[in-house]
Design a protein around this ligand. Structure first.
Ligand SMILES: Nc1ncnc2c1ncn2[C@@H]1O[C@H](COP(=O)(O)OP(=O)(O)OP(=O)(O)O)[C@@H](O)[C@H]1O
Ligand SMILES: [Mg+2]
Length: 239
C-alpha cells in the first residue's frame, strides 16, 4: 500500500503512530490488535521501519554488525545470527559487503544495509517513509528494486512523493491535512486530475505520457519508458 500527500499531509505522523514513536491526541492506533503507544516493542517485532536518511541508524564499525544489531538485542544465538545476517545481506544484494565500513558506502548501499537490518528480524510488515528521497537515481533504483521484490512477500506501507514508485502498489492512501482524502488504486489516482490537483500531487512525465497513450501503468518507470518508446518508435521521427 502506498501513502502519498503534500508536505505536512500526515504521512510521517501516520508512520510514527504505527510504531509508537508518537502517541495519538485522539483515537487509537492498532497494529495486529496491539496498541503501539503502550506495547511498542511487541509491535516493532512485527513491523520494520525504514526512514529517509540512510545515515541514521548505521552506527557499527562494520556492515555485518549493523545488520546484526537488532538480533543481538533479541539475544539470538551466534550461529543462527550469522546465518540470518548472511541471508539478509543476500536479499538486498550486498553479499560480500560484510566487512565494509558503513561510512564508505554509497547512499543506496547504506539504505540497503538498513533494509537488511530490518529484514533480518523477519518482520511481517515493512513501513517505508520516503526511503529514496535522499538517494540519487542509481541508489533509488537499487532500493526500489528490493522493495518491489518484497511486495510479493510482505505487507508494505510505502510513503513517498514519487507517484511512479507506487505504480504497482495494490492501494494508495492520499493524506492531506491529517485526513485520508482518498483510498484508491494507483490507476484511479493517476487518472484523476482533480484528485491529484487538490492534494498537490503531480504525475511524473513518464506516467503522464503512458496514460495519454493508453498504456497500462502497473509497471516500473523503466519498463514504462521502454513501452512508450516501442509505442511511438514506429511513427516518430521518421520523415
Ligand atoms: N508531535 C506533533 N504534534 C503536533 N503536530 C505535529 C506533530 N508532529 C507533526 N505535526 C504536524 O502534523 C502535520 C503532518 O506532518 P507530517 O510530518 O506527518 O507530514 P508528511 O506528510 O510526512 O510531510 P512531508 O511530505 O513533508 O514528509 C504537520 O503540520 C506537522 O507540523
Ligand atoms: Mg514525512
Amino acid at each position: 500500500m502506498g501513502v502519498v500527500g503534500p508536505n505536512g499531509g500526515g504521512k510521517s505522523t501516520l508512520v510514527r503512530l504505527l510504531n509508537g514513536l508518537l502517541k495519538p491526541d485522539a483515537g487509537a492506533a492498532r497494529v495486529y490488535g496491539r496498541n503501539p503507544a503502550t506495547e511498542p516493542f511487541e509491535v516493532r517485532r512485527k513491523v520494520g521501519m525504514l526512514f529517509q536518511n540512510p545515515d541514521n541508524g548505521l552506527v557499527a564499525p562494520f556492515v555485518e554488525d549493523d545488520v546484526a544489531f537488532g538480533l543481538e538485542n533479541l539475544g539470538v544465538p551466534r550461529e543462527e545470527m550469522r546465518v540470518r545476517v548472511a541471508q539478509a545481506m543476500r536479499a538486498v544484494g550486498l553479499s560480500g559487503y560484510e566487512r565494509r565500513e558503513p561510512h564508505t558506502l554509497s547512499g543506496g548501499e547504506k539504505q540497503r544495509v538498513a533494509l537488511a537490518g530490518i529484514l533480518v528480524l523477519e518482520p511481517e510488515v515493512l513501513i517505508l517513509d520516503e526511503p529514496t528521497s535522499m538517494l540519487d537515481a542509481a541508489g533509488r533504483r537499487e532500493v526500489l528494486e528490493k522493495v518491489r521484490y518484497l511486495r510479493g512477500e510482505k505487507t508494505i506501507l510505502h510513503a513517498t512523493h514519487h507517484l511512479e514508485e507506487l505504480a504497482d502498489a495494490d492501494r494508495v492512501l492520499v493524506l492531506n491535512d491529517g485526513e485520508v482524502t482518498a483510498d484508491v488504486t494507483p490507476d484511479r489516482l493517476f487518472a484523476n486530475a482533480g484528485l491529484l490537483r487538490e492534494n498537490r500531487l503531480s504525475l511524473p512525465p513518464v506516467l503522464r505520457l503512458a496514460a495519454d497513450l493508453g498504456l497500462p501503468l502497473h509497471r516500473t518507470p523503466e519498463d514504462l519508458a521502454t513501452e512508450i518508446l516501442a509505442e511511438i518508435g514506429d511513427g516518430a521521427g521518421v520523415p
